[in-house]
Design a protein around this ligand. Sequence first.
Ligand SMILES: [Zn+2]
Length: 320
Amino acid sequence: MAIERAHVQAFPRPWGVVDLTPWSNAGRDGVPIGEIWYERAARPAPSPSLLLKLLFTSEPLSIQVHPDDAYAQSMGLPNGKTEAWYVLSAAPGAKVALGLKQQLTQQQLRAAVDDGSIADLIVWRTVLPDDVISVPAGTIHAIGAGVVIAEIQQRSEATFRLFDYGRQRELHIERAIAVAIAGPARFRSRPNRFTDERSLLVSGPHFVLERINLAPNSTWSLEAKRETWLLVLSGNAVAGSFEVGIADAVFAQSDRVDIRVGSTGMTGLVAYTGIGPVPHLLRRHTQPGTKDVARPPIIQVPPSPTRAKPASTNALETTK
Ligand SMILES: [Zn+2]
């Protein structure tokens, strides 16, 4: 059982930003910060499966790709990297890139990397705050200048750079070409609103990402059987025994986090391991010490054309 206020680590990057307000004051000594990582506070503790980060960009990041689990394991790494982005802020016209304009063979991709035309072949889209972008392993991607992004990812070091705009960093072209899906990618995930409080942003084989929006002065329990990360986007609350505000994060596992929301409400991202959303992720306390179990969440499954009409028990028995 664990509930911890996440430890924050800031990393200087050449493409980073000095003024990180309102998310952090880590760049105040003039060193551009590109990444803020949230780590478990408990030491020693098993390494989590997921890594939660904030990214701050003043220049485009490299065009890159990550391997899937099978390829990473063939290199002796524990797992590959699928990631998802939630845009926290974006300068006017700020863009991210995902996939290619057309399907390329591996030879064509290699040629496009060699002559730099890859920079024109990737598909750039303008992003706005609250946009959600799912980046499965194998997707060629890049993040442009002028964005603040919350990123949740499988914890992995496996990044293969295809192109870096002439910067002197190491490229990993052969590995990148081997794992890249050299064609168009699906761009944007549409949030699926479960309840007034919960919106499903991403649900994949490695993690689930939700956005939560809790009313002022309400009290909740957040079910965190799985490895769970809560990142506060606005407002404030007491989560477990920790006072949390904007850009604070809480790690929890095999536990239940009581959240007492402050007077301005609280929005946040919740990311957790596993396949599919947890049905009872949030339970509202109607009064101190009691749970409102009469309000189960309504989880709507999109209608599937292949699904049979609801069958009565009798119908099932007669088809045996
Ligand atoms: Zn990446």
